[in-house]
Design a protein around this ligand. Structure first.
Ligand SMILES: Cc1ncc(COP(=O)(O)O)c(C=O)c1O
Length: 452
């Protein structure tokens, strides 16, 4: 029988996270405070524990994973690496398709890889309560679970459109003991301002971040947690790629191309960065971040300094952005509706070390349904983006006869996204290319920062 599923023993859970900064050709662009000067650790201490700030700025290649974090990882890690034989057959492609299955975590996605670490370091620092935002509900679920594991209260600002579309994600967070509020709320200054301008605002990740940051900054026993974008979040996610490398080696294969959906960049960085170390050592491998055409941050956005949130409360990152006041269309991959991107992923894209593509919503659901029919698992709408791009590459291989090795990250399952699948089956989903005028208008609102 051919081996299609590579599982590692629990003892093989990585002992260290991999820090891509050590292998980047250029140092990361500095993070700027709202006054335009490089941010100091003190300014970040209002909302983050020192240990995470140190990880954020570290240039060390390897950062040890604390034992209590590895203990909790044991609940679902190492995750399987799976060969998608049945998908290959359905496509009639000579390509070899592998996927790393991050949907097996208790919250159903890769997000707990960082949530557990963030909850641990906050607990160590004596923090009592975590505030956060969530879009699709995946990050909110992950931090609710992690907070519960370490006895921390969790307060989640959930983007209103997702709050309405995904009531069971909310129940899930509540099951793990979290308090969930539909954002914008009138409990914060930033939320009230948005509601005053538009009482029916569908919300956005940028607005929810403003609310969660405001609450953390105003209370000494509360810290803020972010599910993506920041360097330390991507660092924590590298357990995905580190395990995948070992599993590919066991399988006797090595990817020519890696695909991952890209919202803020955490699962992309998680699977791709450990392989980037090989690329830095001249290995021929392509790393492709896949985003929606409705939120084309890297493929069409500006590379500039911008705020991480709508109200301009966060530090400024040099990243690809659609403008911090971007209110995204209500597409179903809620986790991909963010105006910006990780600064590390952005810089690597800008320097042409990694690639990015944008795919249309309907095509992503078509690929997800094909994957579900052949491999069994119903993917999260976010993950469908990677599957689409991977299927397209496999079809190109079919046309050329090349037998490439393709790896994608199945970042989550779609069990709480069946309403989106329903709409797809009823023919109600639409493709939506983000208008050029809106991209140009965003330039007007970007903070004015001189880039040296
Ligand atoms: C299943 C899933 N995949 C991907 C993403 C995109 O986020 P990131 O780019 O940080 O991995 C999300 C975000 O919520 C998600 O829930």
């Amino acid at each position: 029988m051919t081996q299609s599923r590579i599982v590692l023993d629990q003892s093989r859970i990585p002992t260290h996270w991999y820090n891509v900064i050590a292998d980047m050709p250029n140092p990361p662009a500095p993070v700027l405070a709202p006054d335009g000067k490089p941010i100091t650790p003190d300014q970040l201490m209002m909302i983050f524990p020192e240990s995470l700030i140190m990880q954020e700025v570290s240039g060390e290649r390897w950062i040890p994973i604390p034992d209590p974090v590895r203990e909790i990882y044991k609940l679902w890690r190492p995750t399987p690496l799976q060969r998608a034989y049945r998908l290959e057959q359905a496509l009639g492609t000579p390509a070899r398709i592998w996927y790393k299955n991050e949907s097996v975590s208790p919250a159903g996605s890769h997000k707990p890889n960082s949530a557990v670490a963030q909850a641990y370091y906050n607990k160590q620092a004596g923090i009592k309560r975590l505030s956060t935002e969530t879009g699709a509900g995946q990050w909110g679920s992950a931090i609710s679970l992690a907070g519960q594991m370490f006895g921390l209260e969790v307060m989640v600002y959930m983007v209103r459109i997702s709050y309405d579309q995904k009531p069971f994600r909310r129940s899930m967070m509540q099951t793990w003991g979290a308090r969930v509020l539909p954002s914008p709320t009138n409990t914060t200054r930033s939320g009230s301002k948005i509601l005053a301008a538009d009482p029916n605002s569908p919300g956005s990740l940028g607005i929810a971040i403003s609310e969660a940051v405001e609450v953390a900054a105003g209370s000494p026993d509360t810290n803020y947690t972010l599910g993506s974008v920041l360097n330390h979040v991507l660092l924590h996610q590298t357990v995905i790629g580190l395990e995948a490398k070992e599993q590919m080696q066991i399988a006797g294969d090595y990817p020519d191309v890696i695909f991952a959906p890209c919202g803020g960049g955490s699962n992309f960085g998680g699977i791709a960065f450990p392989f980037l170390a090989d690329k830095a050592a001249d290995k021929d491998i392509r790393l492709v971040a896949v985003e929606p055409t409705s939120c084309p941050t890297m493929t069409r956005g500006h590379y500039a300094y911008d705020f991480g949130d709508s109200a301009g409360l966060t530090p400024m990152l040099r990243m690809y952005t659609l403008g911090h006041d971007f209110v995204p269309p209500g597409i179903h991959a809620g986790g991909l509706r963010y105006h910006g991107d990780s600064a590390l992923v952005s810089q690597l894209y800008h320097e042409k070390i990694i690639e990015a593509v944008a795919v249309d919503q309907i095509a992503t659901f078509e690929a997800g349904v094909l994957f579900a029919k052949t491999e069994g698992i119903i993917p999260a709408p976010e993950s469908n983006h990677a599957i689409r791009a991977c299927v397209d590459e496999a079809l190109r291989c079919k046309a050329t006869g090349e037998s490439k090795c393709l790896l994608f990250n199945l970042s989550g399952h779609g069990h709480f996204d069946m309403a989106a699948y329903d709409r797809f089956f009823r023919g109600e989903l639409e493709d939506y290319a983000y208008p050029q005028a809106a991209i140009e208008a965003a330039l007007e609102h970007l903070p004015k920062v001189a880039v040296g």
